[in-house]
Design a protein. Structure first.
Ligand code: AMP
Ligand code: MG
Length: 484
């Protein structure tokens, strides 16, 4: 592979050089062949499942790879943890793909590092499969996300509440720089490392900021905000609940990262939360925009000493930028929701329509994905229109009236709606069913079948209908776990 390891060229305060711990009996479980092609995995490796299993379990190290575990800190559920870091992950290096884009290749579940604390450095098969399927689904839905190249079973058990089959998952990401990476150095007052990290991040993710000789920290914060807003708006579009929006799980690249306790919202309710450890609902579906703002505030705090030696002066510059986030989010969110409703140009008054429709969904306990799919279909289908009419009542009339003001061709409106309203999402009960089957049979058949449908979330394939049904119990009592 075409390795080019820029992070490992940074000062050693950013990472520990450490190799993965070999596993007993690596077997390739899931392989992402289209991503492999993009990454230009050499043919002789790509067609040799034994070699792939050896490589993507960490048993053999490819030429050019320089494994490291990166260091970071982070706010977890609002409390600062000064030392986190890759406790069960190894960054093998960076690879340049066929489009000249740079990707981190990281193994997760590949053994202990100095950052493991009490953890075993391992990952169970279930969470690995979950990350593979969820991230592929998000990618196909059009949501910025890290991806998975492989899941390899290890032949070793991992011990959680019970003994589970172990696995190593290969994550491919634009980078693994997190808000928590900045927090690590800010907490230690290491301004030199902070500056270097800013420069590195700007070069890698925001090169448009590079022209000025001096690093422009406030514009940098603004760019990070823009990307986080885009990301969370997309989560809200498809009903994604991240579940653990800690600052160590906020990537500076603006990609969704860490698929631990994530879930999809079925019935529309902003208070939906599934994570077993999120007892206060901090990371509930509807709280995500507010948490975005909270997380960015933590990021901006890290940069204060670089912006101005006088902390008050720095706050004067950054405060208004942070305060504007909720307004900026709301604007993008409304435009997106407008598109879900087929509105080509959002007008201020459309806010009322959007809010009424969403309130109606909540009051009637309607499924988010099903309703927007039916609304899309209702433009061409009498059956869908009459079902929506009876479920949404006056909201449906208001919506139709608003659409008629656009004087647009129905096909065009439907096209716009379809781009924003998937026909299928990775529903929680299907994910669980697939994971269970993988664990019990040791085979990936159902996962591959599910993936095929999820890779075309805006089209109805022959098997799509098998995965569209909302859970019969409305996901009551459904819980997700961090997978640690
Ligand atoms: P996460 O919940 O995956 O965001 O992980 C939070 C922190 O716990 C990170 O520093 C992880 O590396 C660490 N961690 C999670 N699971 C394990 C494990 N099984 N062994 C070692 N470290 C872990
Ligand atoms: Mg994490």
């Amino acid at each position: 592979m075409n390795f080019s390891n820029s992070y490992a060229r940074l000062d050693e305060v950013f990472y520990e050089r450490i190799r993965p711990t070999p596993v007993q009996d690596p077997q390739l479980f899931l392989w992402n062949s289209s991503l492999a092609e993009q990454l230009m995995i050499p043919n002789e490796l790509n067609h040799d499942s034994v070699a792939l299993a050896q490589t993507f379990s960490g048993n053999s190290i490819l030429p050019g790879s320089e494994p490291i575990a990166t260091v970071y800190a982070g706010h977890q559920f609002g409390s600062f943890v000064p030392q986190l870091g890759d406790g069960r992950a190894h960054l093998l290096g960076e690879v340049i793909d066929q489009f000249g884009q740079r990707w981190d290749i990281q193994l997760k579940g590949s053994g202990r590092t100095s950052f493991s604390r009490a953890g075993d450095g391992r990952c169970a098969l279930g969470p690995a499969v979950r990350e593979f399927i969820m991230s592929e689904a998000m990618k196909a839905l059009g949501v910025p996300t890290t991806r998975c190249l492989a899941v390899v079973t290890t032949g070793e058990p991992v011990f959680r509440e019970t003994s589970l089959p172990g696995a190593v998952v290969t994550r491919v990401a634009s980078s693994h720089i997190r808000i928590g990476t900045f927090e690590f150095f800010a907490a230690r007052g290491d301004h030199q490392a902070l500056k270097a990290l800013c420069q590195y991040t700007i070069e890698r993710h925001y090169p448009e900021l590079q022209e000025e000789g001096d690093t422009q920290y406030v514009p940098f914060i603004n760019k990070v905000i823009e990307r986080q807003i885009q990301l969370v708006v997309e989560w809200m579009r498809v009903g994604f609940i991240h579940g653990v929006m800690n600052t160590d799980n906020t990537s500076l690249s603006g990609e969704t990262i860490d698929y631990g306790p994530c879930a999809m919202m079925g019935i529309y309710d902003p208070q939906t939360v599934y994570s077993s450890i999120d007892t206060t609902g901090r990371y509930a579906f509807g709280n995500q925009p507010e948490i975005l703002q909270w997380n960015i505030a933590r990021f901006a705090e890290c940069l204060l000493p670089l912006i101005n030696a006088d902390r008050n002066k720095a706050i004067d510059q950054v405060g208004p930028v942070i305060a504007k986030i909720s307004e900026g989010f709301e604007k993008e969110y409304m435009v997106m929701m407008g598109k879900k409703l087929g509105l080509m140009f959002f007008k201020q008054k459309d806010r009322n329509l959007i809010v009424s429709v969403l309130n109606r969904l909540k009051d009637k306990s309607l499924d988010y994905t099903v309703t927007f799919d039916l609304l899309t279909k209702s433009l061409m289908s009498e059956t869908a229109a009459s079902q929506m009419n009876s479920e949404l009542e006056e909201c449906f009339d208001l919506w139709q009236k608003r659409l008629s003001e656009q004087h647009a061709v129905a096909q065009d409106v439907q096209g716009l709606m379809r781009q924003h309203n998937p026909v299928v999402i990775p529903r929680n009960h299907h994910i669980e069913e697939v994971i269970q089957e993988c664990e019990q049979t040791g085979k990936a058949t159902l996962a591959e079948r599910f993936l095929q449908v999820l890779r075309s979330p805006y089209a109805e394939l022959a098997q799509t209908s098998e995965y569209q049904d909302p859970p019969s119990d409305g996901d009551k009592g459904y819980h997700t776990f961090c997978g640690t």
